[in-house]
Design a protein around this ligand. Structure first.
Ligand SMILES: [Zn+2]
Length: 229
């Protein structure tokens, strides 16, 4: 799915910015618009008590830099952001290397209610919830805790819920070559929740079904029943 079109994030920051052209604040004495139409005040940064206007983003940036430096953080390598996106540094091969076993088990394996925390790539705000995974092994099984690690690798990145769901399913398919895989993600998106009381309890549900879990309604039904109980 193309950037900016995620179902889970109905209006991205970029789209919203484009909907409000020319709404720069009135130029204060000596201010000038840069190439993007943002107004930059020369010299000292101005702080104002009300909501920031678009043209004050550079001032906000400076303010955040001051905070980061003030708490002893090196703004060049912000640790919190690194932690929240540490999934970029890890690969599925790293964690599954010695965790795949040959096993004569051909009944469905389900791990449900795996906690998931991620950041939406449109707004850089959290979305979080539960992931349910089921697969029907052919010969290979994986250590159960590794399924949670797979979720972590893909969720600790800037994400779109639909893509996260699919990436988890594809990673399991690639590693285990199972007869089928099902992944369901239920999440609350702070970018939706924070924009109105009516959306407080909204949850977004996405699913990816592959192999027999897609093709055979009976197998899919078994999975759906088991994750409900
Ligand atoms: Zn969002």
């Amino acid at each position: 799915q193309a950037l900016g079109q995620g179902m889970a994030c109905p209006s991205s920051f970029r789209q919203r910015s484009q909907q409000r052209p020319g709404k720069a604040p009135p130029a204060a004495g000596g201010s000038r618009a840069d190439a993007k139409g943002k107004v930059r005040a020369p010299g000292l940064v101005q702080y104002r008590l009300g909501a920031p206007e678009v043209g004050e983003l550079p001032a906000l940036e400076d303010a955040y830099l001051s905070i980061l430096k003030g708490v002893g953080e090196n703004p060049a390598t912000p640790k919190a952001m690194q932690f929240l996106t540490k999934g970029y540094q890890e690969t599925i091969e790293d964690i599954l290397n010695d965790a795949i076993f040959d096993e004569d088990h051909n009944e469905m394996v389900i791990v449900k209610d795996i906690d998931m925390f991620s950041l939406c790539e449109h707004h850089l705000v959290p979305f979080f919830g539960k992931v349910h995974i089921g697969y029907l092994p052919t010969k290979k099984v994986v250590g159960l805790s590794k399924l949670a690690r797979i979720v972590e690798i893909f969720s600790r990145r800037l994400q779109v819920q639909e893509r996260l769901t699919r990436q988890i399913a594809l990673a399991i398919t690639e590693a285990l070559k199972p007869a089928g895989v099902a992944v369901i993600v239920e999440a609350s998106h702070m970018c939706m929740v924070m924009r109105g009381v009516q959306k407080m309890n909204s949850r977004t549900v996405t699913s990816t079904m592959l192999g027999v879990l897609r093709e055979d309604p009976k197998t899919r039904g078994e999975f759906l029943t088991l994750i409900k109980n």
